[in-house]
Design a protein around this ligand. Structure first.
Ligand SMILES: NC(=O)c1ccc[n+]([C@@H]2O[C@H](COP(=O)([O-])OP(=O)(O)OC[C@H]3O[C@@H](n4cnc5c(N)ncnc54)[C@H](O)[C@@H]3O)[C@@H](O)[C@H]2O)c1
Length: 343
């Protein structure tokens, strides 16, 4: 079985990808420093797979520690690099923390990969690189714009670093996946998003509100130029997104990939925030307490993906509906409540 190193593999998207890698016949090896997750995500992975996955508790900005993982884990065929901080608001308040972790970890990782002649990388990028796009849906040719947060800028800078490396004559082959809005959880409800503190993302806020942990959800603005006035996003089920990483690794290992390639990973459909709330209510039968508040500075009014390239070249396709994603997020929330009560 080919070994795939998964940095940030105990996190939200990483844990789902680890499961899909095993199901596709790969042997994932996790690196995580647990700065934004908990040990129980490893237990969730083990419960789904019926066995434990090796995890190295290492900080990816620490080149020496990374090197020792590559020494121990001989024969790494490729790397998926999820490890990063992702809270937009926090990045505005603490930009250096974000540049150090997100850019620093990529550079340290690439240096060690070069040393050990591991030259296949899947990088977690984001649709945030498109800023406020002029035309919808966005394709991979849609111009990358100046980032509107330090977090977004780290993704843009990381893509530039990878592009510079690709054109330098290096043997590195990279697929950067530009995620739209990942939501939902594994159908087993054993892994899912584990927001520490007040959630930054819509769906954990919805599920926590329905569960009574938060008083109400505030929808930021209903006067945008969209059918119901709320922002439009492309919500992609995290299991579908996880599978995109498997097909990206397949492509890299079959030597079909260029030195650098970019792919949008979304559903190709935009939904308003209100539609997302309605999908949650329909899928779960729960009534959500929400109010409309003022617009939030920095929010992109509408964005959704053109996924033709990922469909044609990676064979990527989404299979889950918005309702299914919402139901799985709710089942995960219920699982979290149960396991917290038991502790
Ligand atoms: N979730 C989203 O909405 C979204 C959207 C677009 C892109 N992304 C990107 O996808 C990746 C994964 O996101 P996620 O939602 O799974 O986040 P997450 O926080 O759940 O997972 C990231 C994991 O990386 C770990 N980590 C962070 N810094 C580390 C370091 N220096 N060394 C080792 N481990 C470290 C964290 O402990 C965590 O387990 C990130 O790069 C993120 O920027 C996420």
């Amino acid at each position: 079985m080919k070994k795939i190193l998964v940095t940030g593999g105990a996190g939200y998207i990483g844990s789902h990808t680890v499961v899909e890698l095993v199901e596709a016949g790969y042997e994932p090896i996790i690196i995580d420093n647990f700065s934004n997750t908990e040990e129980r995500s490893l237990q969730g992975i083990a419960d789904i797979l019926g066995r434990e996955i090796t995890c190295h508790r290492v900080d990816c900005t620490d080149g020496a520690a990374l090197r020792s993982v590559f020494e121990k884990e001989t024969g790494i065929a490729g790397v998926i690099h999820f490890a990063a901080y992702k809270a937009v608001g926090e990045s505005v308040a603490e930009p250096l923390k974000y540049y150090h972790n997100n850019v620093g970890s990529l550079v340290a990782l690439l240096q060690v990969m070069e040393e050990f002649k591991v030259n296949k990388l899947v990088f977690s990028s984001s649709c945030t690189v498109y800023g406020i796009p002029d035309k919808l849906p966005v394709t991979e040719q849609t111009p990358v714009q100046k980032a509107n947060s330090p977090y977004g800028n780290t993704k843009k800078i990381c893509e530039e670093i990878l592009t510079d490396l690709a054109t330098s004559g290096s043997d590195m082959h990279t697929i950067a996946l530009r995620y739209f809005n990942p939501i939902g959880a594994h159908p087993s409800a054993k892994i899912g998003e584990l927001p520490l503190g007040v959630p930054n993302n819509l769906v954990p806020f919805i599920t926590q509100t329905a569960a009574g942990i938060r008083k109400e959800l505030t929808i930021f603005g209903n006067d945008y130029d969209t059918p119901d006035g709320t922002c439009i996003r492309d919500y992609v089920h995290v299991v579908d997104l996880a599978k995109a990483h498997v097909v990206a690794i397949d492509r890299l290992l079959s030597d079909k990939a260029e030195h650098i390639e970019f792919f949008n990973v979304g559903t190709g459909t935009g939904n308003t925030v209100l539609e997302a709330v309605q999908a949650f209510e329909q899928a779960t039968g729960e009534k959500l307490n929400y109010k409309i508040g003022p617009r939030r500075p920095g929010d992109v009014p509408k964005i959704y993906a053109d996924v033709t390239k990922a469909t044609e070249e990676l064979g990527f396709k989404t299979t889950s509906t918005l309702e299914e994603a919402m139901k799985s997020a709710w089942d995960w929330q219920m699982h979290l409540q149960k396991s917290t009560v038991q502790h």
